[in-house]
Design a protein around this ligand. Structure first.
Ligand code: FPP
Length: 287
């Protein structure tokens, strides 16, 4: 570890809030939340960097640069409220394949400089950084910096910030199937013994709970190949706000909205009351 990166002086367990470090505006929203119903895992599709720049007649890369600032500010608010898991869609497989090379190269340089510039702040906030995606396909100098940031923050016990990089939900499932198929071959496991937990074990996210809340910025109503398996029962919150304008207070507002939802996981809600079986009423009329 380079000497310039100081160890986190105070290690507190995941979930320990530092509310006094929130801004006054954030504290006002936090005061409306039910602390025992905070999500464990928030995932975010960070969208709108290009539009943010376009609205200001700026080049797209300046939108990404501003977006990187939002990443750090939102992560710090997450750590202050004791959110255990924050997973950000930073670079998709499709971004890698379909964006102009100059933009992809810029995003890679931005990621490197983001890590260089923010690992100390992660240490100060007890944040651990991890990654999901086909990381091995990224440029080797970017992988080196990523490894350095992960190793430097590995002993932090607060929020786990996971960056999805060169990530695609379908390719994650393909990779999980490859892993499972290899294991089945080695252990002579019969296909009819495959259960959901076996697929889960081979996902990039095997070590974390599924997201409770998925936020998408900039108003688009799509999932864009993000965490397809994991969001089966996730609450979705879409805001028109563009990612470079998204701050910690907006994370708290999304959590407030999440707490007003009733999660049913395919069951019946509390408002439904007692369901009585009345054979007369339950007759099926097929005409
Ligand atoms: C979408 O904006 C966002 C991305 C391509 C990825 C997110 C990247 C960042 C937030 C910046 C860097 C992140 C880190 C971790 C350093 P867009 O360009 O698709 O926006 P548009 O739809 O308005 O064009």
């Amino acid at each position: 570890m380079p000497e310039s990166i100081a160890e986190a002086t105070l290690l507190y367990p995941s979930g320990t809030p530092r509310i006094d470090e929130l801004t006054a505006e954030e504290r006002a929203v936090y005061a409306t939340l039910k602390p025992d119903l905070l999500p464990q895992h928030v995932a975010i599709i960070m969208d709108g960097n290009g539009r943010w720049a376009g609205h200001r007649s700026l080049k797209r890369f300046l939108g990404h640069q501003q977006g990187a600032k939002s990443v750090q500010l939102v992560t710090e608010t997450a750590s202050r409220i004791g959110l255990p898991w924050l997973t950000l869609y930073a670079f998709s497989l499709e971004n890698n394949l379909r964006r102009p090379r100059a933009e992809v190269n810029f995003l890679m340089r931005l990621l490197k400089s983001y890590l260089e510039g923010n690992v100390q702040r992660m240490m100060d906030n007890n944040v651990r950084i991890r990654y999901i995606g086909r990381i091995h396909e990224l440029p080797s100098e970017v992988q080196d910096k990523m490894r350095w940031a992960a190793e430097t923050t590995a002993r932090n016990t607060g929020t786990v910030l996971t960056l999805a990089l060169n990530y695609g939900g379908r390719s994650e499932i393909v990779d999980a199937f490859r892993g499972l198929a290899a294991e089945m071959q080695a252990t002579h496991m019969s296909p009819d013994r495959i259960a959901e937990k076996d697929i889960h074990r081979h996902l990039y996210t095997a070590h974390m709970p599924d997201p409770d809340l998925l936020i998408r910025t900039s108003g688009e109503m799509r999932i864009s190949n993000y965490l397809l398996w994991q969001i089966a029962y996730t609450e979705i919150f879409v805001t028109e706000r563009l990612w470079p304008d998204f701050r910690g207070i907006h994370l708290l507002e999304a959590i407030a909205d999440f707490q007003r939802r009733e999660r049913r996981y395919g069951g019946l809600g509390e408002a439904c009351g007692e369901v009585e079986e009345d054979p007369e009423q339950m007759k099926i009329a097929v005409r």
